[in-house]
Design a protein around this ligand. Structure first.
Ligand SMILES: [Zn+2]
Length: 77
């Protein structure tokens, strides 16, 4: 499903923040959600991590929240 235009051969793979980490679709950076995971102090083996994720995946994980303004407009307030 991916295009064959990928030129980098594995090196520096961590710089691609234009795609959703979950579904690997190419998404414009302006449309990516930032998921900031801060583990509790008691689980010291886990590091703080940040992922970028598309709207669909955020919704699929049940983490999509609309603004109060949006809810009012939709009659959900
Ligand atoms: Zn996604």
């Amino acid at each position: 499903m991916k295009s064959v235009e990928r030129t980098s051969d594995g090196a520096g793979d961590g710089t691609r923040d234009r795609e959703c980490y979950r579904c690997n679709r190419d998404v414009a950076p302006a449309l990516l959600f930032r998921i900031d995971v801060a583990p509790p102090d008691t689980l010291a083996d886990y590091a703080h991590s940040v992922r970028f994720c598309c709207q669909d995946c955020v919704a699929a994980m049940g983490m999509l929240e609309f603004t109060e303004e949006w809810k009012e407009q939709a009659g959900l307030g």
